[in-house]
Design a protein around this ligand. Structure first.
Ligand SMILES: *Cc1c(COP(=O)(O)O)cnc(C)c1O
Length: 386
């Protein structure tokens, strides 16, 4: 067995990342300024969007996109139960009501046929979530949105690098929200980005992310700036800082390399696990370029004498860290109590939840780390056969 515990996720921070952050600290400009602007430009170019607005989280990116699209009280927003709670919480922050549509159990993404069933005259937006980095069926989602005049706000927290039919996520829906949280494929510690081709939406998000002020600090405190500003909206405080953007710039430079390493690990797992009937491995459908943010296995519980919780305990005993993505949102106490949700409401999400485990997958894993995970999973499967 391994000596050291293997966490399920770790960032890849190298000397160039550290140097760029130190450079920012030495420059005396540590909040939103030139590096944030450069990161926005490079990120927009990378995903092929006209505009990018850097923020302090993906949660803020989702929330400000809704608010800036005038979605609020009386409106409904359709999303998936199989996501991090933020995807639905932001709808509540905006004053609107989240409505869940069950998932396709193969990709674990929102089922487009279930979206249709949930549309009402109050529906204003759809938030598809590209789970683990596998794209949703965007053509169908865009067609539903056109038919009913809905905003398509993609939660791409897992999907930097993801492509759908050769198109980069970030250039497809009305707006796309990315996360640079510590466990994600590209990290700034905390951070997020909205990309869109809609100049008006981008401007509005930019303004309300900084108190609703007509000018930001960079426009006011530099030699060319002016003291005058006006508050156009009672805005929020969700801007990115140049310290974060510095990390974003160097991370973006190494993204292709990091993604190559993720793909290699996913391929080794696929090879190792695709032959056993005790579990299912994740798919990469023909329209997809997977970002491999997560490697989620699905246990075939009828072949095993242990449940998912026990499987995780046994991996932990072998010093392998895991996680579960996700506890379906409608099963959390707030959602049960506020909206009356219960088990049975979203059978595909619930049935999938009971059998999933996210295995360690990140660029810093060594070949031995990957071998250890494979050996541990195989060993548990062999000892636990029914
Ligand atoms: C991480 C995550 C978020 C939130 O991202 P933050 O940058 O932490 O706000 C939203 N949605 C999904 C699916 C996530 O995994």
């Amino acid at each position: 067995m391994r000596d050291e515990f293997l966490p399920y996720a770790l960032p890849l921070i190298e000397e160039d990342d550290i140097a760029e952050v130190v450079d920012t600290l030495k420059s005396n400009w540590i909040t939103k300024g030139p590096k944030t602007a450069e990161f926005e430009q490079r990120f927009a170019a990378y995903v092929g969007a006209k505009h990018a607005v850097a923020l302090n989280s993906c949660t803020a990116a989702l929330h400000l996109s809704l608010v800036s699209s005038d979605i609020g009280p009386g409106d409904e927003v359709i999303t998936t139960p199989m996501t991090f709670a933020a995807s639905a919480n932001v709808v509540i922050h905006a004053g609107a009501t989240p409505v869940f549509a069950d998932i396709d159990p193969v990709t674990m993404n929102i089922d487009v046929n279930k979206i249709r069933e949930k549309i009402t005259p109050r529906t204003k937006a759809i938030i598809p979530v590209h789970i683990a980095g596998h794209p949703c069926e965007m053509e169908e989602i865009l067609a539903i949105a056109r038919e009913h005049n809905l905003l398509v706000l993609e939660d791409a927290a897992h999907a930097v690098y993801t492509q759908y039919k050769g198109r980069m996520v970030g250039s497809i829906g009305s707006a796309t929200a990315f996360s640079f949280y510590a466990t994600k494929n590209l990290v700034t510690g905390e951070g997020g980005m909205v990309t869109t081709d809609d100049a008006e939406l981008a401007d509005k998000i930019r303004v309300i992310s900084l108190h609703g002020m007509s000018r930001n600090a960079w426009n006011r405190y530099t030699a060319a700036g002016s003291w005058f500003y006006e508050v156009l909206y009672p805005g929020y405080k969700n801007n990115m800082t140049d310290i974060q953007a510095a990390l974003g710039l160097t991370q973006l430079e190494k993204l292709e390399r990091m993604q190559g390493l993720r793909r290699e690990i996913a391929a080794r797992y696929n090879d190792a696990f695709s032959q056993t009937d005790a579990l299912e491995t994740p798919v990469e459908l023909d329209y997809a370029r997977h970002a491999w943010h997560l490697y989620i296995i699905k246990l075939n519980l009828e072949t095993l004498s242990i449940d998912r919780a026990q499987f995780i305990e046994e991996l932990k005993a072998e010093k392998i860290g895991t996680s579960v993505h996700f506890i379906p949102v409608h099963l959390h106490p707030y959602y049960r109590e506020k909206f009356g949700y219960k088990r049975g409401d979203y059978p595909q999400a619930e049935g999938t939840f009971d059998r999933i485990i996210s295995l360690p997958l990140y660029p810093r894993m060594s070949k031995e780390d990957v071998s250890d995970v494979i050996a541990a999973v195989r060993g548990i499967v062999e000892r636990s056969r029914r």
